[in-house]
Ligand binder design. Structure first.
Ligand code: SAM
Length: 275
């Protein structure tokens, strides 16, 4: 562990598939803390056993969070170290732990991350869609009417969207995305990341929805959907390009200003230069 104060809450990411993704530092923290708070102790036991970690564990899930948080805070305040893990990936990211972290911080208890796998970030890193700005939406509402309302509200989002989905709803979710965003919207469906049957589908929502509907295998496992944001129309891009060009033109020769303005705005360089 790092130099640290006793009584730290360690928020530890665990693998989303391949056990090799549990870092040596995460292993050490899980081995050295007094207690591991797990979303589901039975689920995490094989992981801990695989690495020969015999640290006692306790459950912290959405149904017992209230009582469990009080008990864990008491242990932390006595100076014991506690690690928080979820079933897979980074705790708090569509997983329990928010109340514990919030309460620990409010009580002045040190909270330290041990970063690692997160399905959303892993998906974004390979989707080939703009990743400079993105919005993590997690799970859409399970009920069709609420899901469609949410998607309509997201249709004008210009940032790349990252969604989680389960095998039960992946087909309906893809169909609703086509209706809300159009079949031509660029997207990628990442399935079973780091596992034996990892597959990547792209490149438009229409193609993805079609494949998921016709190929039952593409409905098995765990999914992250990465959907391109609504493209800015050419006029908006050009207006922004001209604004940036005019600013840069005060300091730079026209060719250089046009090149930079085109790179910043996405507008065609020729149009800016000839303007
Ligand atoms: N906390 C986790 C994280 O950091 O990614 C997410 C937990 S959430 C309850 C589980 C969802 O994450 C799944 O339904 C799926 O959408 C996504 N997910 C988790 N593991 C995945 C994997 N190996 N491949 C694709 N998606 C995955």
């Amino acid at each position: 562990m790092n130099a640290r104060k006793p009584g730290t809450l360690w928020v530890v990411a665990t693998p989303i598939g391949n056990l090799g993704d549990l870092s040596p530092r995460a292993q050490q923290v899980l081995r050295e803390v007094e207690l591991v708070a797990c979303e589901d102790t039975r689920h995490s036991r094989p992981l801990l056993q695989h690495f020969g970690i015999a640290t006692p564990s306790t459950a912290l899930h959405e149904h017992n969070e209230h009582a469990a948080v009080a008990a864990l805070l008491a242990r932390l305040q006595e100076g014991q170290d506690v690690a928080l893990i979820s079933d897979a990936g980074t705790p708090l990211i569509s997983d329990p732990g928010y109340r514990l972290v919030r309460a620990a911080r409010a009580a002045g208890i040190p909270v330290s991350p041990v970063p690692g796998a997160c399905a959303a970030i892993a998906a974004l890193s390979v989707a080939g869609l703009p990743s400079d700005r993105f919005a993590f939406e997690g799970f859409l509402p399970a009920k069709p009417a609420a899901r469609r309302t949410r998607l309509r509200a997201l249709a004008d989002e210009t940032r790349t969207l990252v969604l989680y989905e389960s095998s039960h709803r992946i087909m309906e979710c893809c169909a609703d995305l086509v209706v809300a965003f159009g079949s031509d919207r660029e997207a990628a469906l990442l399935r079973e990341i780091t596992k034996l049957h990892e597959t990547h589908l792209g490149a438009t929502l229409g193609e993805i929805a079609g494949r998921v509907e016709t190929d039952p295998e593409q409905r098995l496992g765990e999914f992250v959907l990465v959907v391109a944001g609504r493209g800015e129309d050419a006029d908006t891009q050009l207006a922004e390009g001209r604004r940036v060009f005019n600013l840069l033109r005060e300091e730079l020769p026209p060719a250089k200003a046009a090149k930079l303005a085109a790179a910043i705005s996405g507008a065609p360089r020729k149009e800016l230069y000839e303007h």
